[in-house]
Every structure is written in C-alpha cells, then in structure tokens.
Design a protein around this ligand. Structure first.
Ligand SMILES: *Cc1c(COP(=O)(O)O)cnc(C)c1O
Length: 716
C-alpha cells in the first residue's frame, strides 16, 4: 500500500504501515513500543515519527524484527487492538444516540496538537483541538476535523548563550508525516480555491489549497495546504506558518480556513449536521454557508436561521484584544461582492460582525460567530462569566446572566497524557477496560485504596525519568552551543532525582507571570536550599510568540536566574517546549505551578494533565483550577477576593502567598517521612489530586458535555 519511499517491509509485519498512518498510535504506548523494539535510537532520532521511521529504518533491522518471536507477539497484539478499535460497535455515542450516527459534526480549528511529530499547533488551543479529536474517536462520534497543514508549522525554539529566544522554522515534508492526500468519492485529489483581491504586485486572483487527510482513530482530519504549484509565491506562504504574517495574511488565512474548509467538505461529499467553530478563526464558514443557500434560492434571513440552528461556537479568549477583528476597508477589499451574493446591503453585511473599536468600526470574528451560532460557550465556569460580561453589549436588553453563552470546562485526553507507569497501575487497580469509563467518579475513588508505597514508588520513578530528560536536553543544548567538554560532563550531576521538583511550563505571555517567583529572590534562594525542611528545584519551559518582546524578556530573566549564584542547579529552563517536553515535565514534576493574573486564564489544561499524573497543582484560582480546588488536592495561591491598587501590589501579595505556602505547607508535607520513609501526607495529596481531577477534567466528560448540551440539540 503506502510504501512509496519506505524501506521494503517484510510481508509478515507489513501492516505496521497501517498503524503508522493512524494517529491511534499516539495514545497507545504499546504501538509506539513496536517502533522502539525495531530500533530505539532511530525512534528518538526521528522524534517519534513512525512514517519517517519507516522510510529511514535499515532493512536488516526490519528483517530481524520479522524473525523475532517477541516482536511478532507484540505486533499481533497491537494489530488485534487496532482492528478492534476500528470496528468497535458499542461506543458511547452509538449507545446513547443510535439515531444520530449519520449526522456528521464538522469541527473547524486553526491548529491541531496531535503529536510532537506534527508541528501544527502552538499551544493550549491546538492541544485542546487534538485532544477533542482523539476523544471524539474514542467515544464514536460522527466527527470530522478541518484545519491547516502548515509546511513550516510553529517554530522550534532555541535559547542562545545570552538567553535570547531564537525561532527556527523547519519545513515539514508531507511525505514524511502521517498525512496523505485526500480524495473525492470518485478518486480525485482535492483542491479548493478562494478569491483574493489584488495586493502589492499581485492581481485579483484565486488561491488554491490542496487537501490532506490525517486519520485519528476513526476520525478523519482534513487539512489544507496552500504551498502548491498554481499559487503565486506569497500565496504559497499563506498556510506556511501558524500565526505568521501581517493582518492581510491573517485575513486571507482565515478565508481559506472558513470558506475553503466548507468547500473541501463539499468536494468530499460530506454534509455536516453540526458546524463547530473552535475559536473565531474559522467564522467565515457561516458566510460561505449563507452564500450557498442564497444561491440555491433561500433568502438571507432563512439561511441565517438554518445556520444558527446548526452552528456551535467556542470562545477561548478573556482578553478583548485577543479577538480577531478586521477594519471595514479591508473587508470591502476582500469581500467586495459578498453582500450582493447574499442579497443584502453592504451595511447589513458589515453589521453581521460590527464591533466599534477605538480605531474605528471593525468586523469581529467573535461577533460574527456569536451572531450566527445558536449555541456558544466559554471554556470554564469562570470564563463563561467573563464572556457573558464581555459580550453583553450584543444583547443590550438582557441581564448579564441571560447572555446566551454557556460554558463547558476544558478537559484532557487521558491516554495521551498518562505516564505508562501509571497506566500499568490503573490497569491493575481498575481493570483493563478502565479507559472506557474515564469519567466514572466511583472508579477513581478507589485510587485511595492503593497502598501509599506503590504510589510513592511510581512518583520516584517519574521524577527520576524527568531528571534524566533534563540532563539529556541540557547536554544536547551544550553540545549545540559548542561548550567545553568538562562543562558538558558536569550535566550528569545536574538536578537531584530525590528533590521536590516544581514544574512551570506554558506560553510565555506576560499575564502568566512566569517570573513571579523572583519577586523576592533572596527568599526564593532560602527556599530552594531547604528553609521549608528540604531542598526544592524548579523546571521551566515555554515559548513566547516571536513578536512578543515582553514575553521574550521573561524567558531571558528565567534563563539568567538559572545561572545566578544561589539558584543555579535548582532552577533550569528547558528549551523548545512542545508535547514531548510537556509530557515529560508534567509526569515527573511533584507539583505543577501556575500564576496567571486572574481571570486571564480562560481554562488552562496543563495542570489537569499534571494532576492526572500525580502532580498536585499549586496555582492561582483561575480557569479550571477555580472549579477543581477542594483544599486537599493541591494548594491555592493568593486571595481571590482581594482588590489591588496596582499590578505591583498584586504581584507582591501573590508572591508572598507562594513563599508562605511553600515554607509552611508544601515543602514540609513532601519531606515529612514516616518510619517507612514514605511521606504519607504528601501521598494523600497525590491520590486526592488524581481522584478529583482525572474523571471531572477528562476529555471524556468534556466531549459528553459538548455532545449532550451542544451537538445533539443542534442536530434536532
Ligand atoms: C497542555 C499544553 C498546553 C496548554 O496548557 P496551559 O495550561 O494552557 O498552558 C500548551 N502547550 C503544550 C505543549 C501542552 O502540552
């Protein structure tokens, strides 16, 4: 089959290509194990990309595997599970909504974070879309994803000697990732087009996008690429980078996503019953759907009613400036005849999304989506409140509470983020079918019955694995920077696998206050050296947007602090935060810290992943944590009711809260060991964290909420 460019694969194991081309492997460690068994070093060298692996592997290693009884046994077990998954009949969706199985849900998102080998995500939004897609497959939803395949993806980060973030863009060759061209029902490759106006030295023109397909379990994901031959050079760059380019480029990108995405589904012969806009980037889809309906004889008003009934919109941004909005003069250039096509006036067209800004009237993607979706939601309880306030002006006659924006709190795809060591424990404790019942609170309650020493033993393993990872990544960086062999040698003693380890990793946006712990650096130094009863070490990671200078300054500060006397050896910055770094950090950290300025964190999900892996949260009561914190499953930072006169005062109060909790509660709980050497109080926090967060903040719970409250009502 798809073996073009592959090392010839022995007949006996040739279905390994089926596994490679279905992202199912990304949440089944036993499938990844097959590649490791063939050549573990190559698996690392290709950054866990099975397609690149199969085109680079040595023939002799494949032959050896095909003749190895252990490999063949593992191979057959994986294929049995894989095949069973594809045809599984008793999915939650099918059992719950048997008459809705032929009503497709089209989910549009600008990014999908599926795995580190597909760099088409930048952060939380993308990871959420990737997790959403995987869970839709697990629960058997009739689900289809639509987005972009960015040839240069999001940047890889390197930190220079001087602590500066450098962005490196590498070109992804689509033949080397688990993506294949998509075909129409009668076997033709799919190319869609969108008209763009003249710009610089380009005339009015069509921009073309080729459609690729990525298989995620039973869910197809269709991704558009504009880097194809008929396009002029600047248009080929349109989908080159995630969030690259200027405002014109962004508008054009969003036209390809929203309008091109609808056209791609048409060519595929897919007729969605529900259209979900994940964030406003794809909101132009409603215009294209209206254009189609008016073209076939409906009035705009009739079309808008149908669109509202069948559309769902999720907003993710509690910051007004974070919502895309384009000046009217740009809309006039990019959509010159659209009002005629919709048989409405230019003013009515622009009013569909009008938001008056300080700089003039704008066409807001969020307003467009809110006005043309029957159902809209924020991503946590608190963010629902914030969103209703923020958009109350669109419904001036309503009280804030009656603004039609509900909330569904974000969750995480458990099997993607769970450390294999814990999976083994859960298999024993809950039975091997536990992954079918992830949102079952009663099941998770029994984690409390696991002996403390078993949990503690796993926590020690995970921390040690993180310390190994830190040493590996630090060594790789030092080699890249050409540092002296003696310095490189010293990495083998970097960090201590027995020391309380606090993780902090996320986008370096300033509201997340990555540098808050340096508020009183001398006090921090005392803490890392044991003022709370034992030492503490901090691991940081995260990228700043390439144009976010304050964010990059924060990275520089963390980097410099990690070399400062008194902190060096107790604080480290790991470069190039991605899903791989994230998985290692949140499994191995003992505590996961988050310090946003409330209520700027819409939800956050990294803390949910950490909690699942036995790392209690130590965070500001913002986003999801505001709902989850119960006094036993972690620690809060700051006082939610306090009012501050300045950002400095708030930082001072929150930093003081961090130091006090570390010294008086958190560090003592970790180092207070019983006669058996086990910190029993600590292990209680770990268990309570898993017990409360794993079911309630899972993607299973989230997808069921979306389905019951938003998707199914939209189908009816
Ligand atoms: C989970 C995750 C995020 C989102 O987490 P936040 O809590 O929103 O910061 C971002 N990037 C990566 C790589 C992740 O794994």
């Amino acid at each position: 089959m798809k073996t073009v460019g592959f090392t010839p694969i022995p007949e006996r194991i040739n279905r390994i290509t089926d596994v490679a081309y279905n992202l199912w492997w990304s949440w089944h460690p036993e499938a990844q194990e097959l590649f490791k068994m063939i050549d573990a070093q190559l698996w690392e060298d290709v950054y866990h990309n099975p397609v690149l692996f199969l085109s680079s592997v040595r023939q002799s290693d494949l032959d050896k595997a095909a003749n190895n009884a252990d490999f063949i046994k593992a191979y057959h077990e994986v294929l049995i599970a894989f095949d069973k998954y594809q045809v599984y009949e008793d999915t939650w969706f099918k059992q719950t909504y048997p008459d809705k199985i032929d009503k497709p849900i089209a989910y549009f998102s600008a990014e999908f974070g599926l795995h580190e080998c597909l760099p088409i995500y930048s952060g939380g939004l993308g990871i959420l879309s990737g997790d959403h897609t995987k869970e839709a497959s697990d629960l058997g939803l009739p689900f289809i994803g639509v987005g972009f395949l960015y040839p240069q993806g999001y940047f890889r980060q390197v930190i220079t000697h001087g602590g500066d973030q450098e962005a490196i863009y590498t070109k992804v060759r689509f033949a080397e990732v688990p993506a294949l061209p998509a075909f129409t029902p009668d076997g033709k490759e799919i190319v869609v087009s969108v008209s763009l106006p003249a710009r610089n030295n380009l005339p009015d023109r069509q921009v073309y996008a080729k459609v690729y397909k990525i298989q995620v379990g039973i869910v197809p994901l269709y991704l558009m690429d504009t880097d194809i031959h008929p396009n002029a050079e600047p248009d080929r760059e349109l989908s080159a980078r995630l969030y690259g380019g200027d405002e014109e480029m962004r508008l054009a990108q969003e036209m390809v996503l929203g309008i091109g995405g609808v056209r791609a589904l048409r060519k595929l012969g897919i007729e969605p019953a529900v259209w979900h806009m994940n964030e406003g980037h794809s909101a132009f889809m409603v215009l294209e759907r209206a254009r189609e309906m008016v073209d076939s004889g409906k009035t705009f008003k009739e079309a808008a009613d149908i669109i509202r009934k069948s559309s769902v919109f999720t907003t993710h941004t509690p910051v007004p400036a974070g919502h895309d909005a384009f000046p009217f003069h740009m809309m006039d250039r990019y959509f010159p005849t659209w009002h005629e096509d919709l048989k409405i006036s230019r003013e009515d067209f622009l009013d569909l999304a009008r938001q008056d800004q300080s700089w003039g009237p704008s066409f807001s993607m969020t307003v467009l989506a809110l006005k043309l979706s029957g159902r809209a939601n924020g991503v946590s309880k608190l963010h629902g409140d914030v969103s209703r306030k923020m958009w109350n002006w669109l419904w001036p006659s309503r009280n804030t509470d009656d603004v039609p924006i509900t909330y569904v709190t974000n969750g995480i795809h458990t099997e993607t983020w769970l450390a294999p060591e814990l999976k083994t424990l859960f298999d024993q404790q809950f039975g091997s079918d536990w992954t079918l019942n992830i949102d079952d609170q009663a099941m998770w309650n029994s984690i409390m019955d696991v002996p403390d020493e078993e949990i503690w033993d796993i926590m020690n393993q995970l921390r040690a694995r993180l310390v190994d990872f830190i040493r590996l990544r630090t060594r790789q960086r030092m080699i890249r920077l050409g540092m002296h062999p003696n310095e490189i040698q010293s990495v083998k003693n970097l960090f201590n696998p027995k020391t309380l380890t606090i993780g902090f990793a996320r986008r370096f946006a300033t509201y997340k206050r990555a540098t808050l712990i340096f508020h009183d650096t001398e006090r921090l130094k005392r803490i890392v050296h044991g003022s709370g009863g034992g030492p503490v070490q901090f691991v940081f990671s995260g990228k700043a947007h390439p144009r976010d200078e304050p964010g990059k300054n924060f990275i520089r500060e963390v980097y410099y602090r990690s070399h400062e006397a008194g902190l060096a050896g107790h604080l480290i910055f790991i470069e190039d935060y991605d899903m791989n770094v994230s998985r290692n950090m949140l499994a191995g950290a003992d505590v996961w810290m988050n310090t946003p300025r409330r209520p700027m964190e819409a939800s956050g999900t990294s803390g949910e992943k950490a909690a699942l892996n036995g790392s209690p949260n130590f965070s500001i009561l913002d986003g999801w944590w505001d709902e989850a914190y119960n006094g036993k499953n972690g620690w809060s930072i700051g006082d939610v009711d306090a009012q501050y006169n300045s950002e400095y005062d708030q930082n001072h109060a929150d930093a003081t809260s961090i130091y006090e909790t570390l010294e008086q509660k958190l560090v003592p709980a970790f180092y207070n060991r019983g006669d058996d050497g086990i910190p029993h109080e600590w292990v209680q926090h770990v268990k309570e964290s898993i017990r409360t967060v794993a079911p309630q903040f899972s993607m299973t719970r989230m997808i069921k909420d979306y389905t019951n409250d938003l998707y199914v009502p939209s189908m009816e």
